[in-house]
Each structure stands twice: as C-alpha cells, then as structure tokens.
Design a protein around this ligand. Structure first.
Ligand code: SF4
Ligand code: SF4
Length: 449
C-alpha cells in the first residue's frame, strides 16, 4: 500500500474558509438516548419506505419499521427499543414532508439484529449484496442513493476501481474526518467487502491534504493490505468530494455528460457508508445511527455526535450546551455550500444528516441580488464547465428548455458559482428550481407513456 499525491486537478472550484478547527479535534461522542425519536420514512433517494408497524406496537433496536417500497428505496429500522406512539407527517431537512414513525424510547435496549456473516471472504457476492440491502444502507455523503443498487452495476459496465471518498470538502463538517481517525480499521474491512463484491482490482482512499491525521490513521490501518491499493492525497479545493470531480482527481477519467461513474469503471463510496457496510456484514447491524457534526459560532460546544436517526435538532443542540448568546440567525442542515436552511428545530436527523450548522448574525451576510455584470467569475469557478450566468437567465425567464439545452442537468448544485458572484445572484436557487422543473416535465411525459 502506498500514499500518492494526486497528479490531476479538476477545472474550477473554490477555496472557502473551511472553519473545521471548531470540531475536527473533538472525538466522537454518543448522544444520550432521546426520550422520543421521529424516524422519517424517507431518508434516501427514491420511494419512501412503507410503515410496517402500528401505533402501540413494541419495537426493539433494529426492528424493521419501514419496508422497502420499490427498486430504488430502502428499509428503515428502529434506532431504539420502545413503543410506537404515533405515525405522522414531519418536515425533513430538505423541506419536503414525509411520514415518520414516532417512537417513545425505553431504557431496556432490547435488540433485534441480523446474524453476522462469518467468513465473509468466502460468501457469495449476492449474499453480501442482500445484507447491504436489508440493512438499509444508502450513500451517507449526501445523495442517499441505495448502496445495494450502486454496487450492482450491469454486466456491460465492469468496475475496475473503487474509491473510498474521505475528502469531506464541505466547510465546517468533520464527521467523516473523525470516522477515518477513529474507525480506520473498520473502514478497511468495509472497503475490502466493496472491492470483493465488485471484483475491482484497484482501491483508492481519497483524502484532502488538510486532514493529515486521517491520512496517517488510514495508512496505519491499510499498511499490509494486498493488491493495487493506495491513499490518494488530494489538493484541498471545493468540491473535491463531488463524485465526478473526485474520479477525475484520482484517475484522470472524465465521466461523460449525463453519465455515471460506472461508465468509466468506477464506484465511489463515502467513508461513513463504508463503515456501515462493515457493521452490517460483520456485526449484523442495520443502519440506525450516524455521526453528525454540530458546529458553528452560535453553539456552545461544537461536537461530533453519534446520534440515532429521528433525533431532533433541538436534542443535538441541547447536548452541545445550547446556543452561545441568543438564537442563531441561520440554522443549516449540512454544510454552508450544499446544505438546506431549516426553520424548525424539531426537524429529525436521517441517514444523510452529516452536519448541523448554527451561525450567528455576525456570520450571516445580508445581500440583495443585483443584475449580472457579465464578469465571468461563475464560469471560471464552475467545476462542471457550465455557464451559470446564462443558465440562471434562462431559468429566470422561465425558458427551461433553453437551460436544458445548455446542460442544466449537469449542474451538481455545488454553489461555487454563487460563492464567487459579485452581484450576489442566487444562482444555486435558480439551478435547483430549473432542475426541479425539468424533472417534473420528464415525470409528466413518462406518466403519459
Ligand atoms: S452550482 Fe451548478 S452551475 Fe453553479 S458552479 Fe456548481 S455545478 Fe456549476
Ligand atoms: S459571477 Fe455573477 S455577475 Fe459575474 S457573470 Fe456570473 S452571474 Fe454574472
């Protein structure tokens, strides 16, 4: 196993203030079990899970409470033992409502896990994939795509390279960083399981060069691994953690427009997802909890908390000593670049909740948007080779087809364009609105047949 400096740099990108020091030295702490968990049925991309318990049912930690409801979907398991209090609608971090099973937790800590897969190296690949599917594992880096589907590429798309994504390029967030420092050995086993399922020759662990302690921990844990394995040390630049940019940075391969990583023989998995695969196969654990970074200048004690899904943001904030002075001016689910501003502290966490950012008035800029001055900075910053100024003008004029023609759907919503825009144009909001309109149009066309 060797450590190599990546020779490739993707086009564009930005260098925001990373502000990771607030929490990158804080060891992972387990959140005390909340009295109540509101477990959303939609914590993934695709169809929400279907509740399979009813009010009054007793559940154990690990009991299936939401059944997978389609090919692109994932099951949901109870993160604690207790009783189902109510099944109701909640607002998720993205603002979309979904059903949630509200569990009154008890202290019995009774569990209902699957048996470990002994000697996984000799197991059938399909058995490993079944385990990853039945334990509800989805991409924990943000997209929430069901992992079983991602690890089942068609026969004509062989995968030769697995990349474990430890870049964590979003400012403020440190949950993946801490996972690498504290759970490198488990991540190694998870990575070996992924490589074995895909039959991939090459394994790379991609880490930005602003995380030397994570690089060291991974080097120690992987040192005697066999085959074509290396740590790819990447330049610190946002959005280095984005799949397509990372594949280029690590391999020099370009995912074609509208294509997927498998089109260039790659699969990228986040470090927390890789850890979840280890737990599912080696310990039989469903995905029920994750590490979330609670940070920002408006919270007393920034931390990396291991919290069960369905924990309210208020419970996370209380565990960090509450707010600093008065209420924060902005609460963001995720990081400042790709996260969503939330309006309620009752919002529950889920499988893709990597961070909760609380910013005081001092940190929140108030700008009014102005007309584009055609400076071209957004074009320089865009890592997808798009023309954000033109795209946003098409979308503002409701010319969605015009935006689609100049590759709107290639936008990864990274926010780099808005970050550099001197006219403070809400470019990402325009992209999100335009992409939603295209998707609605495509779904309507599909429904008509
Ligand atoms: S948000 Fe979209 S348009 Fe803007 S820089 Fe990122 S990829 Fe380009
Ligand atoms: S950065 Fe802003 S002002 Fe400059 S071209 Fe892009 S949208 Fe226009």
């Amino acid at each position: 196993m060797q450590t190599i400096k990546s020779p490739y740099n993707f086009r564009g990108g930005i260098h925001p203030a990373y502000n990771k020091k607030l929490s990158n030295g804080s060891a992972i702490e387990s959140l005390p079990l909340p009295a109540v968990l509101s477990v959303p049925m939609s914590q993934h991309l695709g169809a929400p899970a279907k509740p399979c318990v009813k009010v009054g049912d007793e559940v154990k930690k690990g009991t299936l409470i939401g059944a997978q409801n389609g090919f692109i979907s994932a099951p949901i398991h109870s993160p604690a033992s207790g009783k189902v209090k109510v099944i109701t609608d909640v607002a998720t971090a993205s603002g979309r409502p979904c059903q949630a099973i509200v569990i009154e937790c008890d202290e019995s800590n009774e569990t209902e896990f699957l048996p470990p897969i002994e000697n996984w190296q000799k197991s059938d690949k399909d058995d490993l994939l079944t385990r990853i599917g039945e334990t509800g594992i989805v991409g924990m880096g943000g997209a929430g795509f069901p992992t079983k589907v991602k690890l089942s590429p068609p026969m004509d798309k062989p995968i030769d390279t697995v990349i474990i994504n430890g870049a964590e390029c979003e400012p403020y967030l440190t949950s993946d960083h801490r996972m690498m420092v504290e759970h490198a050995k488990e991540i190694r086993i998870g990575a070996e399981i992924i490589r074995s399922i895909l039959g991939a020759k090459t394994l790379r662990i991609a880490i930005e060069d602003n995380k030397p302690d994570a690089i060291k921990a991974i080097e120690d844990a992987f040192q005697d691994i066999e085959g074509d394995v290396a740590i790819a040390v990447l330049h610190t630049v946002y959005p280095q953690g984005s799949e397509k940019q990372q594949i280029y940075a690590v391999t020099g391969r370009e995912v074609p427009s509208g294509g997927l990583p498998m089109d260039v023989g790659c699969v990228v998995e986040n470090t927390s997802t890789t850890f979840a695969i280890y737990e599912a196969v080696i310990k039989g654990l469903p995905l029920m909890q994750r590490v979330i970074t609670v940070t920002g200048d408006a919270v007393q004690k920034p931390a990396n908390l291991l919290a069960p899904f369905g924990t309210s943001y208020q419970d996370l904030i209380d565990a960090c000593g509450g707010f600093t002075e008065d209420k924060p001016a902005k609460v963001i689910s995720g990081g400042p670049m790709m996260g969503f501003a939330v309006s309620s502290l009752e919002t529950p966490t889920g499988k893709t909740s990597s961070g909760l950012l609380l910013l005081s008035k001092k940190r929140v800029s108030q700008y009014s948007s102005q007309a584009c001055i055609a400076c071209g900075r957004c074009v320089e910053a865009c890592p997808m080779n798009l023309i954000p100024s033109e795209l946003s003008q098409f979308i503002e004029a409701e010319d969605i087809e015009g935006a689609e023609e100049i590759a709107l759907m290639n936008c990864i919503e990274c926010g780099s364009c808005a970050f550099v825009c001197p006219a403070h144009r809400p470019l990402v909001q325009h992209m999100r609105r335009g992409k939603a309109a295209v998707m609605a149009k495509r779904m309507a066309a599909n429904a008509k047949g």
